[in-house]
Design a binder for this molecule. Structure first.
Ligand SMILES: Nc1ncnc2c1ncn2[C@@H]1O[C@H](COP(=O)(O)OP(=O)(O)OP(=O)(O)O)[C@@H](O)[C@H]1O
Length: 283
């Protein structure tokens, strides 16, 4: 279990806004098409620990970042501290606009910080909430292979990477299916397989279940949990999962709560549930 690494207040000053964090998800905000999943730049500083101490895949210390221009510029990350154990499924919750997606982009190396530091395993792969923006090829196999195209690998190597990735998300039997015939959850698992085909060490997953029904929601969750547990002890893929849905906590190994650009609490899912209840949430 991770120790609390939040701000000194560790949630003492946290306020609870039930409207901002419901268990039923949210209507998607109007938005431009999300970028297709992509591997982040090469690893910066993969943490290895040979001394038997807890090994973290991600370590964020005092991360600060302002976004926007001119009068609309504002500090979005205001001193984020976070540690994520390698091979774990770590959930990140918090009200709308508290900085979860921004932090995810920082973890993937897509946004440089103004202050503080991030030390994360790499490469990382992103999957976003709307699979329609990510699953774009006519067949499942072609879609999972899409990201590998730029490496100019031999065909057999691509085929085996695709097979491996689909097996990891329990979608092998769908390899030759037309993507437009898949359910939302199946499409989301194809999107995850596409990210996995590039063998990331860290998966960054932004509200993957927003558009899914309950069955698909838990199918995708199980797939991600299984991926994190498929590696040897301490060497599995690490997943950071942003969600608004408290019921998903049961799949997490650890969870953090973010508010106002800071992590205010990190602990076990049960500890977070207790904290949220104490803050007035109906779970
Ligand atoms: N490029 C940008 N320029 C200015 N402000 C930005 C930019 N990107 C994000 N923000 C602001 O930063 C804050 C955090 O945004 P972010 O998307 O990280 O929040 P979030 O916790 O993921 O929210 P949600 O749960 O609604 O997805 C928001 O107030 C948002 O408007």
């Amino acid at each position: 279990m991770l120790a609390s690494v939040g701000s000194a207040a560790a949630g003492a000053a946290a306020r609870w806004d039930p409207a901002a964090c419901s268990t039923s998800g949210r209507a998607p905000p109007p938005q431009a098409p999300r970028p297709r999943r992509r591997a982040a730049p090469p690893p910066r500083a993969s943490r290895a620990d040979d001394s038997g101490h807890p090994v973290f895949s991600i370590s964020v210390n005092g991360a600060r970042l302002s976004l926007g221009r001119g009068a609309s510029r504002r500090e979005v990350l205001r001193g984020v501290d976070l540690q994520v154990q390698r091979g774990s499924l770590h959930m990140l919750l918090g009200p709308n606009g508290c900085g979860k997606s921004t932090l995810l982009r920082v973890l993937g190396g897509l946004l440089p910080l103004d202050g503080g530091g991030v030390d994360a395993d790499g490469p990382s792969g992103f999957v976003f909430q709307n699979p329609d923006h990510q699953v774009v090829m006519p067949t499942v196999a072609a879609d999972v292979a899409f990201g590998l195209g730029r490496y100019r690998l031999p065909e057999a190597q691509v085929a085996s990477a695709v097979e491996r990735a689909l097996a990891l998300v329990n979608m092998s039997e769908f390899m030759h299916r037309a993507t437009h015939t898949l359910s939302g959850g199946q499409r989301q698992r194809v999107a995850i397989a596409g990210a996995l085909a590039e063998e990331p060490r860290v998966l960054l997953l932004d509200e993957l279940t927003t558009f899914l029904d309950v069955e698909d929601q838990f199918g995708v969750l199980r797939a991600v949990r299984d991926v994190t547990r498929s590696g040897a002890r301490g060497r599995g893929v690490t997943a950071v999962w942003v969600t608004h849905r408290f019921e998903e906590l049961e799949y997490a190994d650890a969870a953090s709560y973010m508010e106002g650009g800071r992590i205010v609490f990190t602990g076990s899912p049960e500890q977070l549930r207790q904290r949220l209840k104490a803050m007035g949430a109906t779970l």
